[in-house]
Design a protein around this ligand. Structure first.
Ligand code: ADP
Ligand code: MG
Length: 331
């Protein structure tokens, strides 16, 4: 199979649809976020079909991954969320098959899937992230826990869609045990963070390295500040404000921070950084939560929403991400 050239352009509309060759949209998969991925993938598939791209769906949750080799794809749009999709594993398979793919490479995908490794990298670069402790199944949170603050957030180290995430008061030992047990249903490692009470924002990023750019910030206003699975995907009660109603200087500062955080992980193509902002002594302080390397792509998801605010239609967004598809190793 010949490796297709990297077609990146700032004007994806200029890329004739046939230049993409045969495109596989990989969606579904085996993670707990399968249902959301099916919705994302269907939206991407429809948009590409509408643009005249030769495209077919491939669901590694219902077909053997070995069939990828004979599927005849010249490039792949990866919209698998979570394990086996956003964590470097499928990226490794595509590297070995020499099929260019969208989004981050093997290493950045694996790092971003691991919230603790991501936080360690950000912390080492002086980028703000909530104070935390982490431990494995069978271990205890240790003596640092009380230092995290009056409110805690317990979550699995590698998961998404708010699965296994619990907010609680630090002095509630019973709730803590329950929250740890809940997180352990999803992963063998647990992350406990200081709970940041404030505004929730997300920052979509397109591109790579010094040419990466942040799209307008989205503020998420969930009922009782509870942005759980239901409020993420199914509730009408969650409000999304885009561009986020922030002072221009603060919005610029937060966007610059998110770009640094994205580059620090070595992400490319596209991604989305989740963060909280808290008022401290009259100042607004951002805290980075996580980087998603294959975020939701239904037409009411956050990255398409941010793109729309920047004048980029859903179809243009999908074409831009596809045009940036490439291999990491020896491309
Ligand atoms: N340290 C924290 N302080 C306050 N809220 C948090 C914190 N960590 C997570 N949350 C809340 O939980 C949600 C899910 O957490 P996140 O770390 O983004 O994991 P996921 O991969 O499940 O999206 C966030 O969108 C936010 O509403
Ligand atoms: Mg998140």
């Amino acid at each position: 199979m010949s490796v297709q050239p990297h077609l990146s352009t700032n004007e994806p509309a200029n890329v004739a649809p046939e230049r993409f060759g045969r495109v596989g949209v990989l969606y579904g998969g085996r993670s707990s976020e399968r249902d959301i991925s099916l919705l994302s993938g269907t939206a991407v598939l429809r948009a590409l079909q509408h643009c005249g791209v030769d495209v077919a769906a491939f669901d590694p949750g219902s077909r053997s991954i070995a069939q990828l080799e004979s599927a005849g794809f010249d490039r792949v749009f990866l919209v698998l969320h979570g394990r086996y999709g956003e964590d470097g594993t499928i990226q490794g398979v595509l590297e070995m098959l020499r099929i260019p793919y969208t989004g981050s490479g093997v290493e950045a995908s694996a790092i971003a899937m691991d919230k603790v490794t991501t936080k360690k990298i950000w912390q080492s670069m002086g980028l703000p992230t909530p104070a935390w402790v982490s431990f494995c199944r069978g271990e205890s949170p240790g003596s640092d826990l009380p230092r995290l603050g009056p409110g805690l957030v317990v979550k699995p180290v590698s998961e998404g869609s708010t699965f296994g995430v619990t907010k609680l008061e630090a002095d509630d030992a019973t709730a803590l045990q329950g929250a740890i047990a809940e997180a352990l249903k999803f992963d063998s490692r647990v992350l406990i963070e200081e709970q940041i009470c404030g505004r929730e924002l997300t920052c979509a990023v397109l591109g790579e390295g010094t040419s990466a750019r942040a799209l307008p910030l989205v503020e998420i206003v969930a009922p009782q500040a509870n942005y759980d699975y239901h409020h993420k995907y199914f509730s009408d009660a969650t409000q999304y404000l885009c561009p986020a109603p922030l002072d221009a200087a603060l919005a610029e500062e937060i966007s610059a921070l998110c770009l640094r955080a994205y580059r620090a992980i070595g992400a490319r193509g596209w991604g989305r950084i989740d963060l909280m902002v808290r008022t401290e002594g009259g100042a607004q302080r951002p805290y980075l939560l996580e980087l998603n390397t294959a975020p939701g792509m239904t037409d009411h998801s956050l990255v398409p929403m941010a793109a729309r605010a920047a004048g980029i239609s859903f179809a243009q967004l999908v074409l831009q991400i596809l045009a940036d598809a490439r291999l990491e190793i020896g491309a």
